[in-house]
Design a protein around this ligand. Structure first.
Ligand SMILES: [Zn+2]
Length: 188
């Protein structure tokens, strides 16, 4: 380019995917589609283009700017109850050990140990760092004098989404801002 601005690679142009209500499908991980997936959805008329990159792609028959924000034409109803996965568990507990508050070396701990009949469920599993997990061992919370900061519970998708918003993405295109932080104060 004449002005020396490097042309961004196609891979660095993902599209932020919004639901039909203009909220991101997911905050964390952020709902992003690669440019090819995004374009395919545009051509299949499954999404509307909300915003575009300056980056243009050309083929013999057409020329268009890559979408930076797209919205689904049909509203996808989020599952009320998210799946019980390691990632969702950490997200519920905001990636913090529920015994000491640290965010490293995370594992999960059965609050009531399995040997005492504790189940692997939302209501009995909590996020714990390895040292705390080791320290608690197979003991009951009272025996170990270790109680989770937040009593384990089954979160709704809304709760996980709210927690996910606390983890801003590493890369944030300016056109995404309004959709990710729509309730934050707008700059004049
Ligand atoms: Zn810990």
């Amino acid at each position: 380019m004449l002005d020396g601005t490097p042309i961004p690679s196609l891979e660095s142009c993902p599209a932020l995917v919004l639901n039909a209500d203009y909220r991101p499908l997911s905050y964390f991980p952020l709902s992003l589609w690669g440019w090819q997936t995004a374009l395919k959805a545009v051509f299949l008329e499954r999404v509307n283009i909300v915003s575009e990159y300056d980056r243009v792609i050309r083929s013999p028959s057409m020329e268009m700017r890559l979408p930076s924000v797209i919205s689904l034409k049909c509203y996808v109803k989020p599952a009320r109850w998210p799946a019980f996965t390691r990632f969702n568990l950490f997200l519920r507990d905001r990636f913090q050990c529920q015994y000491c508050g640290k965010g490293e070396d995370l594992t999960f701990d059965h609050v009531i140990p399995r040997a005492h009949g504790g189940k692997t469920t939302w209501a009995n599993v909590t996020t714990a760092c390895s040292p705390c997990n080791l320290a608690k061992g197979g003991r009951m919370p009272r025996e170990a004098a270790m109680f989770p900061l937040i009593k384990p519970y089954r979160p709704t998708s809304m709760v996980l989404n709210e927690n996910g918003r606390r983890f801003p993405p590493n890369y944030l295109h300016s056109s995404w801002r309004d959709y990710l932080y729509w309730d934050s104060e707008l700059e004049p």
